[in-house]
Design a protein around this ligand. Structure first.
Ligand code: T4K
Length: 395
């Protein structure tokens, strides 16, 4: 049976059936949040490093196993600010296989993005291709731990050491990920997190910069509060990047639920993997053994000529996937004129972007939902080459 609801109807609560979206925010029971709201009302302290803000920074540092966390109102502002904190300028080498905010953060700082191709296995920045892109103007590398899979931190940091470059990791997908037994956020000069509604740990909107350097933590906190060090001293050209108390309170509550949610994600990933791993023409994301995964996304890779048909036809069955990351950032009009944006320089990223499809993946899915998604996906994929499937009435 074809599915009647569009995503727009779902957004406005006009659905007749529960849709299967690429993700749904994990929220605690509403009644559990009410006491937190009462506290905010009583205190009348709404933002500017309130009590929940301080509590969440401390709890996150502990939970994640990192030195310091500085909360922001979203991940994009945290990225923009991280570049300011380290005074990055000139050119920065980055990946086109990410959400557009990664490169926008460079643009907002007047920095020239230099796109580098990705590794075919992890889809993260390929260190063997970084070196030839370094010029006298290069000041930093901005890799992404895409889908929560760690970038090749050792090789990248060796390069950064040799050439005197900073590394800021866009770790917006990597909340809670460990590598060789320790937090992936401990690598590089700074790491940036996102707590957007679509992320595994969400404060509705939100983000953070992570560092192990107490001096840097201070500078980050100045920068996110207009540069103020005290009532009369402005230390840097700061911005308003502060997380408010409602977001922070939600974060404190959300943390309690994380272990259970990750366990559920792992179980769902197991069902997906079992159903899809031997399906002809379906490639799953490589998940290295030395990584403690957070199971943030479930991307699969299929034949280029079938991908968009499958994406459209699945909608008719109530399955709303996403093509993260298509188009590549290097294809957007603002960036495609850059010399490094040329598709010939980025063959691996180009191919992945044309093949990827992220399947619905969130803890409130039932085992039956995942079975249904897999069965529908396999059947749609098997028929995707048939001319009728590409017919406009079908899709
Ligand atoms: N770096 C990386 C690597 C990132 O992935 C991101 C964000 C950033 C930086 C920037 O961090 P933030 O400034 O956002 O904190 C989404 C998100 O908007 C974006 O945050 C995220 N990456 C990106 C990967 O995905 P869209 O355009 O796909 O979102 P949208 O609104 O279409 O939602 C996707 C699905 O989630 C829909 O099917 C519905 C569902 N959904 C969404 C929202 C907002 C809900 O069920 N409830 C909701 O409240 O970009």
């Amino acid at each position: 049976m074809l599915y009647e609801n569009t995503e727009k109807q779902i957004k406005h609560g006009q659905t007749t059936k529960e849709p299967l979206l690429v993700t749904r925010p994990d929220l605690p029971p509403l009644e559990d949040f009410l006491p937190y709201l009462e506290k905010i009302w009583q205190r009348r302290w709404l933002t500017n490093s309130g009590q929940f803000h301080q509590e969440l920074e401390a709890r996150l540092a502990d939970y994640l196993g990192v030195g310091y966390v500085s909360l922001f109102s979203n991940g994009t502002l945290a990225l923009v600010s991280a570049l300011q904190v380290l005074r990055i300028s000139g050119e920065v080498i980055t990946t086109p296989y990410s959400f557009v905010a990664t490169t926008h953060a460079l643009n907002w700082n007047g920095i020239q993005p230099v796109f580098c191709d990705v590794d075919p296995l992890t889809l993260n920045l390929d260190p063997s291709k970084v070196e030839s892109l370094i010029t006298p103007q290069t000041t930093a590398i901005l890799p992404v731990h895409v889908y929560g899979n760690p970038a090749d931190v050792e090789a990248l940091e060796q390069l950064a050491d040799v050439y005197g470059l900073k590394i800021i990791y866009d770790a917006c997908h990597a909340f809670g990920v460990t590598y060789k037994g320790q937090s992936i956020l401990n690598y590089g000069d700074l790491s940036v997190l996102s707590f957007h509604a679509t992320k595994i740990f969400t404060t509705m909107e939100g983000g953070a910069i992570v560092t192990n350097d107490a001096k840097l933590k201070k500078r980050i906190d100045y920068i996110k509060n207009f540069g103020f060090a005290d009532e009369v001293t402005v230390m840097a050209p700061g911005i308003n990047g502060k997380m408010n108390e409602m977001q922070a309170a939600l974060g404190v509550l959300q943390l309690e639920h994380m272990p259970r949610r990750i366990t559920r994600r792992r179980a769902l990933a197991g069902i997906y993997a079992k159903k899809l791993k031997n399906v002809h023409d379906v490639e799953l994301l490589h998940r290295p053994d030395d990584v403690g995964h957070n199971w943030a996304y479930f991307p699969v890779f299929i034949a280029e000529e079938k991908r968009d048909i499958v994406y459209e036809v699945l909608k008719q069955h109530g399955i709303f996937t996403r093509r993260y990351f298509f188009p590549l950032i290097s294809h957007f009009p603002i960036y495609r004129g850059l010399p490094s944006a040329s598709p010939e320089n980025l063959p691996v990223a180009e191919r992945a972007s044309r093949r990827v499809i992220c399947l619905p993946f969130y803890p409130s899915l039932t085992d039956g939902d995942v079975e249904y998604i897999c069965d529908t996906f396999i059947s749609v994929l098997a028929h995707a080459a048939e001319p009728a499937m590409a017919h406009p009435e079908w899709i």
